[in-house]
Ligand binder design. Structure first.
Ligand SMILES: C[S@@+](CC[C@H](N)C(=O)[O-])C[C@H]1O[C@@H](n2cnc3c(N)ncnc32)[C@H](O)[C@@H]1O
Length: 301
């Protein structure tokens, strides 16, 4: 996008939020975005600092200069092709409002289902001590932080090999308030840098690892903006999933659980591998669109 195409809302003539809403919708429509009005509301909420209800109540209020400038910044990023989540700088995941930017994958709705599977499995664990959970390849921290936010009976380790992603996860951890005391963060290439004292100690290892095969086609909005190391796993796409399955038993307690997200076409194959490696209670769970997405299983005692 050239400078002349950029939209600037200095708001010296003091547009109301309603006027800015309409100009934002029109600007987004020029890019043929299918949800222009929905996105415009999200942008105005972030730019104004209002909740949706407050924004609607205050639509006829004149927007302050700084609010209008903030709006222009977000809008120009979006018009330049950035995913709406990065343009806004935050995205909701279950009960969390997570900071997201180009250092981390945008948390997806199917990963919210993964957290449901984690709760179902953890609810069946009996233990006086906190349940120890590892979110491997944590990115923004979405999975591990949601589990920490939603349960009192856990301690959660967030692990990634990307120092940049861990900075985002740390920022999101600070937004967790009291629940943050249950969470530890560390850098590791999968399990390689795990200290020995963590062997046989996790009740759950959960991961949404990279699972795209090299050469697989993805939309440009994904490949141009999301970190490739969060996407691509290798020639087959299942390399990281398989590595986690085969390495997890060293780190799991007896009866420990593994839960993995992957592409729908990979689930049957991965479930077979899990059975072959001696895992029990191997289950495949669908995402909201009814596609097979999640393999969960229990480590042999
Ligand atoms: C698909 S993203 C998932 C991010 C987040 N858990 C989510 O669900 O939104 C995969 C994550 O795995 C991390 N990752 C890739 N290779 C890794 C490795 N060898 N060791 C640890 N983490 C790795 C990436 O940095 C990325 O954050």
């Amino acid at each position: 996008m050239s400078d002349s195409q950029k939209i600037e809302h200095r708001n010296e003539s003091k547009d109301t939020w309603a006027e800015l809403l309409e100009s934002t919708v029109s600007a987004l429509e020029t890019k043929n975005l299918p949800n222009a009005r929905v996105e415009a509301y999200w942008i105005l909420e972030v730019a104004s600092g209002y909740s949706r209800e407050e924004l609607i109540t205050n639509l006829n209020v004149e927007a302050p200069r700084l609010g209008a400038q903030h709006l222009s910044k977000i809008l120009n990023k979006r018009l330049g092709g950035e995913p709406i989540q990065y343009a806004l700088g935050s995205w909701s995941f279950r009960k969390l409002d997570l900071l997201v930017d180009g250092r981390v994958l945008i948390p997806r709705p199917e990963t919210e289902i993964l957290v449901d599977v984690a709760h179902d499995r953890l609810d069946k664990c009996q233990r006086d001590e906190p349940l120890r959970v590892c979110d491997l390849g944590t990115g923004s921290g979405a999975i591990g932080l949601a589990i920490a936010r939603e349960r009192d009976d856990v301690e959660v380790y967030l692990v990634d090999n990307s120092p940049d992603a861990l900075k985002v996860a740390s920022a999101n951890l600070t937004g967790l308030g009291n629940h943050a005391v249950k969470v530890k963060i560390f850098e590791s290439d999968w399990f390689d840098q795990f200290p020995d004292h963590l062997k046989n100690s996790f009740q759950l290892i959960v991961s949404n690892p990279p699972y795209i095969a090299y050469g697989e086609k993805l939309p440009p909005e994904v490949t141009n903006y999301e970190p490739h190391q969060a996407l691509y796993a290798g020639e087959r796409g299942t390399e990281d999933v398989e590595l986690i399955l085969s390495s997890a038993p060293i780190w799991l307690s007896a009866g420990g659980i593994v839960i993995l997200e992957m592409a729908p076409h990979q689930t049957d194959h991965v479930a077979e591998i899990a059975v072959g490696q001696g895992y029990s209670d191997v289950k495949i769970t669908d995402d909201l669109a009814g596609r097979k997405r999640i393999v969960s299983c229990i480590c042999k005692d």
